[in-house]
Design a protein around this ligand. Structure first.
Ligand code: GLA
Length: 347
């Protein structure tokens, strides 16, 4: 059976480093993503790529621990094969338009695209997102949250998703007609597993343990009671960011774009000063772009430590580059199957 599976990357408008603490996030799918073309059958998953070196060769029977497999991108394939446990193998090609290590969820797009190509059940996006999240933990050992996998699967055109990462309820907020999202690349590539991502997460968990309640329930005043200034800063970011997500969602729905832009800028300051995941280059881009006509606000997006800036602006605002993508929210992952593969080619 021939197939074409596509999984989009995402840009997170607001709510970073909140998902793994059961907080709120507000991402949307973008028009860049990962596509797999190929044929199902056999007992192996064998994928080549126009983006990554080497090939992924994974037996359905399992065996090797995903984290030990080479090339590195094949670890994601092996882990998701293990999670999905498909009946049939797959031979195909991976094409990606997403810049890697840029905060646009390229690894989640790869995992979701492979899962869809393997025929994973998609009627319950939360269950499949959890399987892909487990695969990412197993493949590279980074304790990521569920935002990236879930938005790639559940996104719908014209709306941003408000995800409550505790209940995993997904609400859709219509994106205003008179606005546009622009993604600017800082030129700084980040390596999530080599970064302080896991350290930030464990600091948040330590703060939560000391406060004795989930961070999503504590107040900013309670956070100030933490003696350790670093833990207090980390917790303050999470607590205030959750508030900003809801305020931003309301502002977007009400068309209050100037206020929404201010919330983006406040989020950036919190990620820079309290969570310490911005860089001087990202700060400079945010400062510059804020002065551009038609821009409501901007912030670092995703895990930080490099990567991209997200800008909320009027349609066609002249944003200085390098712009990697601009537009409105896109749809989620898709799978098209045909009786036979007519020799699908990249593109
Ligand atoms: C990465 C992770 C997500 C989330 C963001 C930060 O993209 O994969 O789960 O934690 O960082 O918001």
């Amino acid at each position: 059976m021939g197939l074409r599976a596509f999984a989009p990357g995402r840009v997170n408008l607001i709510g970073d480093h909140t998902d793994y603490m059961g907080g709120l996030v507000l991402p949307m799918a973008i028009g860049l993503g990962t596509e797999i073309t190929g044929d199902r059958g056999g007992n192996w998953v064998m994928l080549g790529s126009d983006r990554f070196d080497g090939v992924a060769e994974v037996p359905l029977a399992g065996g090797a621990e995903p984290s030990g497999i080479e090339p590195r991108w094949a670890r994601y394939v092996a882990a998701v094969v293990d999670e999905v446990a498909p009946d049939d193998g797959l031979v195909g090609m991976v094409h990606s338009t997403l810049p890697a290590d840029s905060g646009l969820a390229s690894s989640a797009a790869l995992l979701v695209a492979v899962a869809c190509a393997l025929g994973a059940e998609r009627s319950d996006p939360v269950a499949l997102a959890k399987a892909c999240q487990r695969a990412e933990h197993r493949a590279v050992g980074v304790p990521v949250g569920i935002m990236d996998q879930l938005v790639s699967l559940a996104a719908s055109e014209g709306t941003v998703l408000r995800i409550d990462c505790d209940s995993l309820d997904v609400d859709r907020v219509p994106f205003p007609e008179d606005a546009e999202i622009v993604v600017i690349h800082s030129g700084e590539h980040r390596e999530l597993s080599g970064s302080a991502y896991a350290e930030r997460r464990s600091q948040c968990e330590e703060a939560e343990g000391l406060l004795g309640r989930p961070l999503r329930e504590v107040t900013a005043v309670e956070v100030e009671g933490l003696d350790d200034p670093v833990l207090a800063r980390r917790a303050r970011h999470v607590v205030t960011e959750n508030r900003r997500v809801d305020a931003f969602a309301h502002a977007l729905a009400a068309g209050q774009l100037a206020y929404a832009g201010e919330l983006l800028v406040a989020s950036h300051a919190s990620l820079r000063d309290d969570f310490e995941v911005s860089t001087p280059v990202l700060d400079e881009i945010v400062a510059t772009v804020r002065g551009v006509r038609g821009v409501y606000g901007a912030r670092v997006t995703g895990a930080g430590f490099g990567g991209c800036v997200v800008v909320l602006c009027r349609p066609k605002a002249r944003i200085p580059g390098p712009v990697v993508w601009r537009g409105r929210p896109q749809g989620g992952a898709s799978l098209v199957t045909t009786a036979s593969n007519n020799g699908s080619t990249p593109g």
